[in-house]
Structure formats: structure tokens, C-alpha cells
Design a protein around this ligand. Structure first.
Ligand SMILES: *Cc1c(COP(=O)(O)O)cnc(C)c1O
Length: 387
């Protein structure tokens, strides 16, 4: 049995073999606890963690001291939003976010609303982009934070981060971005974009699962957060708990590879993604692309609806392709995704598929995948079988 072709890189990515090699010694001979300051085992671990901190910082234009290691983007989002709002309670009671955010953001706000926080969910246009005028209008003197994702995990929309950051900084509110899908894929610069808090996770860019980070700006302004995990005061008191050294080493190595290969990798994936769509369109009518085209879209993302076919049946028939109908993070639920809802695509008839391409995707895989989708869609539509 051959393995299904993996086109679900927005859900997770395999660990790059170079990343794994870098990690391995930190499970065994270099197993020390970086908090052990009295001996060489601790020092070696500490040094590796600090190298990773610099590697992560370099990828997003931060300084090493602004990186706090966490277990992933969900935890980073929780720390940014709960920790940020808690620290700013005296200043206001209002947060602005976007309708298409990841569940780990939306659920934080659900938790905060009963505590008296007011949340504005900015709508998006058909491409999934917010309106800067609506953002400006939403910010009041009670607003303490804007949280807007860098790139959407379903339809690949890239928000205008620099413009959002400029507005937030001008109005004196914190700007947090969930950049889980953007880090390592598109250039990000927290200083140029006026980002105060940025969440990232290693397993979305060829690092291990369970390792992530939160960028917390230290200067102009220095951001205060209420710690969410109390204990030994690790990570400058922002996040207690013995560090996941192998995971952090992997996060750093993955960041380094992305930083040096980003341009060529994304150019390659962009043309493979375009080829996939060309192949599908060549042989099928009734394809609707959800989300933006061009620069506003992650180059490795395609999200398309196929008229005249039913979602579950399509996925079942595509058993030899590992793709997703929406966001894997809420898989199991049959409801139309809140992202498609928000861009007005929930009513588009037919089944939608998210294709996420990645580092290990080959041209041959794209050709096989396109042929499979064409064949299955035709047969589900009851089209006459072609030769
Ligand atoms: C994957 C993802 C997360 C969650 O990251 P974990 O490391 O799995 O917790 C959060 N936000 C976005 C946009 C994601 O794609």
C-alpha cells in the first residue's frame, strides 16, 4: 500500500531531517536542564536554548531577549491575550479581533467576555482581508489590544500587518498577531510592522510538535503580561516549567533553515500551487477559488470549491490524498467553517478542499493529485467517463 500524498501542510509539517539531527543529542548525551547553573550538563543545555532563541528572533526581526518559549501557538495565543488583557485591566475593557481567527484566539475571547471584556470581531471582505477604516473606527479609548492573525490557516489570506501595526501603535493599543501560518513562509519583521506580541509554532515550519514561542516586545513600549503558568519563574517569569530543550533546539534549527531558504522555497511552492490550479481548471468546470489571488495569499495554499459534489463523499473518494475540507483544528464538526462563512463562501454550492503544499511536495505529486481530484469530481458529478 502506498501512502497518501500529503497536501495538508497547514495542519502540520514533517520534521526536516536536518532539524531532527540537530535535536537528537539533546535527548541523550546533552540532556541537561538549562536551569541547572552549577554544572556542565546545564550549561550545554542553556547554550543550546540561547542559540535557538537567537535563531527564532532572527527570523522575525526581534532580539533574542524578546523570545519566550512555549508549547506552541495555542499557548502563545493564550499567554498574549489572557496575559495582556489581565495586565491592562485598569486601562480598558475592549479588544478588537478578526472574524476569521484561529479557534485558540476565538476561544480566549469567549473566556474573557463573561469577565466583562468587550470584543469587536472585525468582518472581512471576500478575500478574507479586514478594512483598515473599520479597524480605525473600532478602536476606542477603552481598547487595549488588537489581535489579528498574520495569515489564515484555511484560505491563506495575509492581513496587512504593517498597516494594522501602524494604526495600533498610533492609537496606543497593543498589537498581537497569531503568525503560526506565516512564520518561515513570508517575511515578517516585528519592528517594521509595529508588532508587540507574535505567536509561532515549530510544527508548522518543519520543526517538532509541542514547541513554540511568543515574541514579547521589550522596548518602545516594553510589554507587560500576566504570567499564566506559575512556578519556577523560567523565561523571565513569563512562563514557568522546565524547558523542552530538544523541542526548542528543533524550533531554532527549523527557523534557521526557513530564514535562509524562504525566497526560493516559496517561489517553488507558488508555482506548484499555480500548476495544480491550472491542471484542475483545464479539465474541470465549476471550480471556485476561496480567498484571494496574488500577493495577499500564502504561496503554498489553495482552497477551492467544486460545484456539484458533496463534501464528505469527495473526501472519502480522495482517500489517497491527505487534504482537508476546512480547518483540521475543528475537524469532526460538519458545520461550514467560520472562515468560509466570513468571506461569504459558505453558500457556494459543492465541496471545498484545502490544499496545503510544503517542502517535501514534488511536481509529480501535484500531477497525481490533480489527476485524482479530476477523476473523482467527474465521477461524483456523474460525468461521462473519459478515456
Ligand atoms: C496551528 C495553528 C495554531 C495552533 O498551533 P499549535 O502549536 O498547534 O498550538 C494557532 N493558530 C494558527 C493560525 C494555526 O495555524
Amino acid at each position: 500500500m502506498t501512502k497518501p500524498i500529503y497536501l495538508d501542510y497547514h495542519s502540520t509539517t514533517p520534521v526536516d531531517p536536518r532539524v531532527l539531527d540537530t535535536m537528537l543529542p539533546y535527548f541523550t548525551e546533552r540532556f541537561g536542564n538549562p536551569a541547572s547553573r552549577q554544572h556542565a550538563y546545564g550549561w550545554a543545555a542553556q547554550e543550546a536554548v540561547e542559540t535557538a532563541r537567537s535563531q527564532v528572533a532572527a527570523l522575525i526581526g526581534a532580539t533574542a531577549g524578546e523570545i519566550v518559549f512555549t508549547s506552541g501557538a495555542s499557548e502563545s495565543n493564550n499567554l498574549a491575550i489572557k496575559g495582556g488583557t489581565c495586565a491592562l485591566r485598569a486601562k480598558g475593557d475592549h479588544i478588537v479581533t478578526v472574524a476569521t481567527e484561529h479557534k485558540s484566539i476565538l476561544d480566549c475571547f469567549k473566556r474573557l467576555q463573561p469577565e466583562g471584556w468587550h470584543v469587536t470581531f472585525l468582518p472581512v471582505d471576500r478575500d478574507g482581508v479586514i478594512s483598515l477604516d473599520e479597524l480605525r473606527a473600532a478602536i476606542t479609548d477603552r481598547t487595549v489590544m488588537v489581535s489579528a492573525m498574520a495569515a489564515n490557516n484555511e484560505i491563506g489570506t495575509i492581513q496587512p500587518l504593517a498597516a494594522i501595526g501602524a494604526i495600533a501603535s498610533e492609537r496606543g493599543v497593543l498589537f498581537h498577531t497569531d503568525a503560526a501560518q506565516a512564520v518561515g513562509k513570508i517575511p515578517l519583521d516585528v519592528k517594521a510592522m509595529n508588532v508587540d506580541l507574535l505567536s509561532l509554532t515549530a510544527h508548522k515550519f518543519y520543526g517538532p510538535k509541542g514547541a513554540g514561542a511568543l515574541f514579547i516586545r521589550r522596548r518602545k513600549p516594553r510589554i507587560e503580561l500576566a504570567c499564566q503558568i506559575d512556578g519556577g519563574g523560567h523565561e523571565n517569569g513569563f512562563r514557568s516549567g522546565t524547558l523542552n530543550v530538544p523541542g526548542i533546539v528543533g524550533l531554532g534549527a527549523a527557523a534557521e533553515i526557513c530564514r535562509t531558504n524562504m525566497d526560493s522555497e516559496q517561489a517553488r511552492l507558488g508555482s506548484l500551487r499555480d500548476r495544480l490550479l491550472d491542471l484542475l481548471r483545464h479539465d474541470l468546470d465549476g471550480i471556485h477559488v476561496n480567498g484571494p489571488t496574488g500577493e495577499r495569499r500564502l504561496p503554498h495554499n489553495l482552497h477551492a470549491s467544486f460545484a456539484g459534489v458533496e463534501g464528505e463523499r469527495l473526501l472519502m473518494a480522495l482517500g489517497d490524498l491527505a487534504v482537508s475540507t476546512g480547518s483540521a483544528c475543528s475537524s469532526g464538526s460538519q458545520a461550514a467553517s467560520h472562515v468560509l462563512e466570513a468571506i461569504g463562501a459558505a453558500a457556494i454550492p459543492g465541496a471545498s478542499i484545502r490544499f496545503g503544499l510544503g517542502r517535501m511536495t514534488t511536481e509529480q505529486e501535484i500531477e497525481i493529485a490533480a489527476a485524482r481530484v479530476i477523476k473523482v469530481v467527474r465521477s461524483l458529478r456523474g460525468d461521462p467517463v473519459s478515456a
